[in-house]
Design a protein around this ligand. Structure first.
Ligand code: FE
Ligand code: FE
Ligand code: ZN
Length: 277
């Protein structure tokens, strides 16, 4: 069975969010650890967290994903900006442990003129300061589109971060279909070739999650603009091959497509479930 869900808001509580996922036909989902633009996190309601955890088990959910705020820059030039990213991510990991969420996804940052090598060193150093065996949560590096001075826009860049992490069992990857396509990996015409490259450079055993998004721009545009499934440059046929691919089909997929209403996600989830063979 395809494991699929969408990005949801925890504003009505964690258990309620998981119940919403069920109502949409989802068996996984993703949510922001805190306001995606700001730093303030509501204090964790432990009763609600335990209720969500029990519900997810009882309903046989696939693993879910917590997403770091996308405004953090883990390789910023300014020490204050980097320290802020570190504080937020360390706190998020404590929250993930309390919520028993298995995966925490983040964007590896933008080097803004410092050069990719410095960005990679700084991101890895930050990870080395926050990873510990006090948490079971695995931190996922998201594959990026390479927009501006983003690092993580190539498999080699992601691998270079992983290589510098001490706690190898605490680090993995989340592949975003829109990002890799706009980074120049042709998942439309050569999905097998892209996955072979991923396996050779990073290792498919590091891949724990996928973000399923169509793209607004063409292959290699280095823009980060998502489109609804089937309404972008990736297209339905490619998504059919992605969700059925033997190397991917058991993994959880999460939609981050631009929709206003939840029923549009329900429709997209149903469409993708119909496509699975
Ligand atoms: Fe992301
Ligand atoms: Fe994403
Ligand atoms: Zn994106």
């Amino acid at each position: 069975m395809l494991h699929i869900g969408c990005h949801l808001s925890p504003s009505n509580g964690l258990l309620s969010m998981a119940q919403t996922a069920t109502s949409l036909g989802a068996d996984t989902f993703q949510f922001f650890s805190r306001n995606p633009r700001g730093s303030k996190a509501k204090s964790l309601d432990e009763t609600d967290a335990a209720a969500m955890d029990a519900y997810l088990r009882e309903q046989c959910f696939a693993p879910i994903l917590v997403h770091a705020p996308y405004t953090l820059n883990p390789c910023a030039e300014k020490p204050e900006t980097m320290q802020f990213a570190e504080l937020v991510m360390a706190d998020d990991l404590r929250r993930c442990t309390a919520m028993r969420t298995p995966f925490y996804n983040f964007h590896p940052g933008s080097h803004v003129g410092q050069g990719e090598a410095v960005g990679i060193e700084k991101t890895a150093a930050l990870l080395n300061r926050i990873l510990s065996d006090e948490t079971d949560t695995i931190v996922l590096i998201e594959t990026m589109s390479g927009q501006g001075s983003e690092i993580g826009g190539s498999f080699e860049g992601v691998r270079a971060i992983i290589d510098r992490v001490g706690m190898q069992h605490r680090i993995g990857v989340c592949l975003d279909t829109c990002h890799v396509f706009q980074a120049g990996y042709d998942i439309v015409n050569d999905l097998d070739g892209v996955l072979t490259a991923f396996d050779r450079v990073i290792g498919l055993d590091r891949l724990h999650f996928l973000h399923l998004n169509d793209a607004k721009f063409e292959l290699g545009a280095h823009k980060d603009r998502h489109a609804a499934i089937g309404e972008g440059t990736i297209g339905l046929d490619a998504f059919r091959r992605i969700v059925n691919h033997p190397a991917l089909r058991e993994l959880p997929f999460c939609l981050e497509t631009p929709h206003e209403a939840l029923d549009e996600y329900a429709a997209e989830i149903a469409l993708l479930r119909e496509m699975t063979e």
